[in-house]
Design a binder for this molecule. Structure first.
Ligand code: TXA
Ligand code: MG
Length: 352
């Protein structure tokens, strides 16, 4: 970055709510970079139709230029201005899940610049549910391109502090709306083909989608695979969600995971490595003298979703060489999306 910015922080409390969101929206409209909360994770926003503004997003995050952005809208109507057509199935999905954590990939109109879509003929669009996000987009009067507001490759931010840690001095402003609700990024679905394809799992599950529109295909896997030639969702080929510490994921049935984690820990202790843990509530009593953070109850994966990125960042800041993740929580529903992220973050996966 050649120019250090003075990042303004807009706290949104009930008193000054409208005024502060309006001020942030003016920065967006004038081509600036504004981070804001959504129900999934914090996003780093810019006017999606302003090439120069969008280019600054890539620069601030250190994001590869071929990784396209999600465009955020505040209504179905404003989405129609950006895409060639909306298929019957896409329309049903919008009616069922918008506003909410579902992103739809559709054919773009020419007004959407190449920088926003990484040169693709398609554009990814979502209408978030967070009120601050919706108001910010509406007041700005423009569609808002917004990737997760982290440095490229780092865990997505779930608090304003996370954003400032990564991007302070690189962006014009942040709207601080407290901790996000879901904690994992939206489900991305390509609806350009007759049978839609899930490009990234999220809270809206395959079953949720199929209940509305019938068959849906899975077009992602849980590995990072830079060697593959055709990657449908360009973002999925890069290293993701990784803290600086080395991450070891132990997955399987709870009893097996517990005993394997104990072995690993003993081994690391012997070698003098500093290890921290992300543990299910059920495992916490077994490791009283280890620095750990909770992933929540193992039968409630929505708690793991909320705690995963938060916990990875915390242990990283606490200077751990190694982070051991307890993968004994449920793998269905949003649990599938949590496993997708944690497997991508992991340097080593042990199945027991
Ligand atoms: O929940 C979310 O989706 C958050 C919040 C801020 O809305 N945003 C987010 O953006 O996660 P980002 O940029 O971190 O992830 C966007 C994903 C990437 O995997 C990208 O490759 C994919 O969506 N994507 C974007 N446009 C696409 C397109 N035209 N075709 C296929 N995949 C696309
Ligand atoms: Mg991201």
């Amino acid at each position: 970055m050649n120019m250090k910015k003075d990042t303004r922080v807009f706290y949104v409390d009930d008193k000054a709510r409208e005024e502060r969101i309006k001020e942030a929206s003016r920065i967006l409209k004038e081509g600036g970079l504004v981070a804001f909360p959504t129900e999934t994770v914090y996003g780093l926003g810019a006017d999606a139709l302003n090439e120069r503004a969008v280019m600054q997003i890539f620069e601030a995050k250190g994001r590869p230029a071929d990784n396209p952005l999600i465009v955020h809208v505040h209504s179905k109507e404003s989405c129609l201005k950006l895409v060639k057509s909306v298929s019957e199935k896409a329309s049903v999905l919008m009616d069922s899940f918008w506003p909410g954590p579902l992103t739809l990939v559709m054919e773009r109109k020419d007004i959407v610049p190449d920088v926003t879509t990484g040169g693709l003929d398609t554009v990814a669009i979502r209408m978030p549910e967070n009120r601050i996000a919706l108001e910010l987009i509406e007041y700005s009067g423009v569609p808002v391109a917004a990737p997760s507001a982290n440095l490229s490759g780092r865990p997505s931010p779930t608090t304003a502090d996370h954003v400032l840690h990564d991007l302070s001095g690189r962006i014009d402003a942040i709207v601080d709306g407290g901790e996000v609700d879901i904690g994992l990024e939206s489900t991305v679905v390509d609806v350009t083909s007759n049978i839609p394809v899930i490009l990234r799992p999220g809270k809206v599950s395959k079953e949720d989608l199929e209940a509305c529109i019938g068959e849906v295909k899975v077009g992602y896997d849980d590995k990072t695979h830079p060697e593959s030639e055709t990657v449908r969702s360009p973002g999925m080929k890069y290293t993701h969600y990784s803290p600086d510490s080395t991450v070891i994921l132990v997955e399987g049935e709870h009893g097996n995971v517990l005993s394997r984690m104990k072995e690993i820990l003993a081994d690391l202790k012997q070698r003098g490595a500093k290890a921290g843990m992300l543990l299910t509530e059920e495992s916490i009593p077994a490791f009283p003298s280890v620095i750990s953070h909770s992933l929540g109850r193992k039968d409630m994966p929505e708690q793991a979703a909320r705690n995963l990125f938060f916990g990875l960042r915390r242990l990283d800041e606490e200077g751990m060489d190694i982070i051991i993740v307890d993968g004994s929580f449920r793998q269905d529903g949003i649990g599938m999306a949590v496993f997708n992220r944690v497997r991508k973050a992991a340097d080593m996966i042990i199945k027991v």
